[in-house]
Design a protein around this ligand. Structure first.
Ligand code: RB5
Length: 144
């Protein structure tokens, strides 16, 4: 089974993005990098937009990284169908998959060290959604 994930950042998340790409590849994920390609200053909503489009079109998970993770989560959650979760610990990463069916993990490079970030990404990508009452609650986001 092919496992594909997309990843994007701004300049403040670039180093962590470059750390996560080989880590996820080694776990068997095909990683699509939406950029940026260097640490030149850039605008995080641009990369949030690129990544969210890919997540929605291909029904794959995504990872967004900025300095705090906050701007990326705000920008991503403006897109209908995106459920982006800023995670700083393993409980966040697991619970947001189980209960919120989050499809985008947001990380803050200036907040979360690379070792923890790798573990959060692994947990996020490996944890299934529990469905049931949690699906009913997610449906309420869109007034369904
Ligand atoms: C960039 O300096 C920083 O503002 C950005 O990476 C992010 O943390 C915004 O939320």
């Amino acid at each position: 089974m092919s496992k594909k994930v997309c990843i994007g950042s701004d300049h403040a998340g670039y180093a962590l993005k470059q750390t996560l790409i080989p880590f996820l590849s080694a776990l068997g994920w095909t990683v699509e990098d939406v950029g940026p390609a260097c640490t030149d200053s850039c605008d995080y909503p641009v990369f949030a937009q690129k990544l969210c489009t890919m997540v929605l079109e291909e029904s794959i998970p995504g990872i967004l990284i900025c300095g705090t993770g906050i701007g990326m989560s705000m920008a991503a959650n403006r897109h209908e169908g995106i459920r982006a979760a800023l995670c700083t610990n393993e409980f966040h990463a697991r619970a947001t998959r189980q209960h919120n069916n989050a499809n985008v993990l947001c990380l803050g490079e200036r907040v979360t060290g690379p070792g923890v970030a790798m573990e959060l990404a692994r947990i996020f990508l490996e944890t299934p959604f529990e469905g049931g009452r949690h699906q009913r609650r997610i449906d309420l986001f869109d007034g369904k």
